[in-house]
Design a protein around this ligand. Structure first.
Ligand SMILES: [Zn+2]
Length: 115
């Protein structure tokens, strides 16, 4: 589901985190659950949490004023923790950090209270 389908980027990120955790546990625990089942369970948990809790992306492992960066099969990515904008996939972590610095410069007024 995209963020449009979830209604917000915050909930889309929650769904992604729940699904990711279930996929890791399924793999390392050798549970053998079909991916379709994991998606169904992750959707159910996300909908239930969204129903009664205020969920906000707030990664405590990221230094204030810096982006969350990660790598996957497509390359490196960065997410602005203020507006949740994501960089295009890039070859190196340095490239996505440069994207972030440029992003903050262009969005300075909108991000002023945060950075
Ligand atoms: Zn931003």
């Amino acid at each position: 589901m995209s963020d449009e389908e979830w209604g917000s980027k915050q909930i889309e990120l929650l769904y992604g985190a729940v699904l990711d955790e279930m996929q890791w546990k399924n793999a390392f625990g050798e549970l053998g659950l079909p991916d379709e089942t994991l998606h169904m369970l992750a959707r159910a948990v996300t909908i239930r949490v969204d129903y009664a809790f205020a969920v906000t992306w707030s990664p405590n492992w990221v230094s204030p004023g810096r982006p969350h960066t990660w790598a996957d099969d497509d390359g490196w990515h960065a997410r602005c923790n203020h507006c949740l904008a994501e960089s295009p996939a890039s070859r190196t972590e340095g490239e996505v950090e440069a994207w972030f610095d440029d992003h903050v410069e262009k969005q300075r007024a909108a991000h002023e209270e945060r950075f």
